[in-house]
Design a protein around this ligand. Structure first.
Ligand SMILES: [Zn+2]
Length: 485
């Protein structure tokens, strides 16, 4: 690096750190402004100067669902064994750089969301942050349009892949049960270590797949011998032989109790910090939080075991962390199950087909088969141009077959909500409430009233809607109602 660039990077670093300090004193702004300022003064090339200050390096976590939860659990685990800087729920290079503007630490752990190539810069991010780990949770179709532009699934998948494409060292961590993250791993095996994680449990997803799942190699049909959660399972392509790799680390022996779940974590994987293989074999308790969160936990444990500089602590750190894990780790819009008078209500965000389906599956595993024939569904629709998400939702709704579906627009367009309702009512008993996005309070009150007045034993409320603005507030109001009456 030339002298003038070094000076420029150092100036940017001082300005960034100063603004980070000032923001801590004030409020708001916090997660990305210092990084933005740093890039303005120092340019993207200076990010590499910051990234090299970490003694081990950076880990970037991406995927469609579960990024935030996986990142948070990874942080809880790694922070016991190493000095960390981190950022989650922010999803931009500015946020990653804000995290990098720190003192001397071992590891950076960053969530990074990529909606498409145009709005993200995944390969640039990889080049300048130079991560030692890129971690994939899962890849499902979502946001088929981004800012009015078509975002075909192939491009979306490509954008995710680009985040690890430039890597020449470190570990790429992939979900073996997801053919779309597996293919990313398969393509990286000649460049870096690739570690695969997966489930090995008895529980099966018996409902149909939402959308077709094609072989990522030859576009032939994938055949599943077992599915754990929608397109995640044990698959094989009959045309080309592409199949689910044997996971290096597995979650096995799931034991469901009402308030607590037990699982075993077993495997032997490569640890980057010590350049040695390490093995784990232990049993831990977890909150009852759904199969999708088992994936998030396993993803986090895999990341932790791959990067902890103190592998001798692994067993104790994982057990201590799992024993104290509770539902507050999950985001405000998360699906949760609670009682309102004598009714069981499952409520929370299900922004894409995969997420909504995971919610239904959680409700079924929590309450059992009794929900068939006794369930009302309050469905909040996707927006205009999100037909693919709707198709996935509809397939899950049809397979659950609720007694009634109350349809409410979940995003901005009421007319889109109406057109989705018109399709939905062809196969399900349904009604429609054309409530506007501007008057969110009315939407929330209506949903609360529908829950309150429903004559069914079980009510699921899920679909699209803003995290805190809708789901967070809705849950608060339903719960306070629960206390007041
Ligand atoms: Zn194939």
């Amino acid at each position: 690096m030339g002298l003038s660039r070094t000076i420029r990077c150092r100036t940017a670093e001082s300005a960034g750190k100063l603004s980070k300090h000032l923001i801590k004193l004030g409020s708001g702004m916090g997660k990305s402004y210092p990084g933005y300022l740093f890039i303005q003064i120092g340019s993207l090339k200076c990010v590499n100067y910051l990234a090299r200050k970490l003694s081990i390096g950076s880990i970037i976590i991406t995927g469609t669902n579960g990024k935030t939860t996986s990142t948070k659990i990874t942080i809880l685990l790694l922070t016991k064994d190493a000095k960390l800087t981190f950022n989650y729920e922010s999803n931009t290079i500015n946020a990653i750089v804000t995290g990098l503007l720190t003192g001397k630490v071992d590891l950076g752990v960053f969530e990074y969301g990529i909606r498409d190539v145009k709005h993200g810069i995944p390969d640039t991010v990889c080049k300048i942050v130079d991560p030692v780990g890129v971690v994939y949770t899962n890849i499902s179709r979502e946001h088929s349009q981004v800012s009015g532009r078509e975002n075909p699934f192939e491009e979306y998948l490509m954008a995710k892949q680009l985040l690890s494409t430039p890597m020449k060292r470190g570990v790429v961590i992939c979900n073996a049960d997801d053919p779309r993250t597996t293919i990313i791993g398969k393509n990286k095996e000649q460049d870096t270590k690739v570690t695969y994680y997966g489930l090995d449990i008895d529980l099966e997803d018996k409902t149909p797949l939402t959308g077709d799942v094609f072989c990522p190699l030859c576009h032939g049909n994938l055949v599943y011998s077992k599915r754990y959660l929608n397109h995640r399972g044990i698959y094989e392509c009959i045309s080309c032989g592409f199949k689910r790799p044997e996971p290096d680390i597995k979650l096995t022996k799931l034991l469901l109790e009402k308030e607590k779940w037990w699982v075993s974590l077993v495997g032997e994987i490569y640890n980057y910090s010590t350049d040695k293989n390490v093995s784990i074999d232990l049993q831990v308790p977890l909150p009852a939080f759904g199969i999708h969160n088992l994936y998030n936990l396993l993803c986090a444990v895999t990341t932790y075991v791959s990067f902890t500089p103190q592998p001798e602590n692994i067993k104790k750190t994982i057990i201590d962390t799992c024993e104290t894990l509770d539902l507050s780790i999950l985001p405000p819009g998360r699906f949760e199950i609670f009682k309102v008078k004598d009714k069981w209500v499952g409520m929370g965000q299900g922004d894409n087909g995969d997420a909504l389906k995971a919610n239904i599956q959680f409700m079924e595993s929590y309450l059992g088969d009794d929900i068939t024939g006794n369930t009302a569904f309050i469905y909040t629709t996707p927006d205009e141009g999100e037909d693919e998400i709707f198709e996935d939702h509809l397939s899950s709704l049809n397979s659950l077959n609720p007694v009634i579906v109350h349809v409410i627009p979940g995003r901005e367009s009421v007319e889109a909500g109406r057109s989705y309702y018109n399709i939905l009512k062809e196969s399900l008993h349904a009604d429609f409430y054309p409530l506007s996005h501007e008057d969110m309070d009315k939407r929330i009150d209506k949903i609360r009233d529908l829950v309150k007045e429903s004559s069914y034993k079980y009510i699921i409320v899920s679909g699209c809607g803003p995290e805190q603005y809708m789901w967070g507030n809705l849950k608060l109001r339903c719960k306070s109602h629960k206390k007041n009456s």
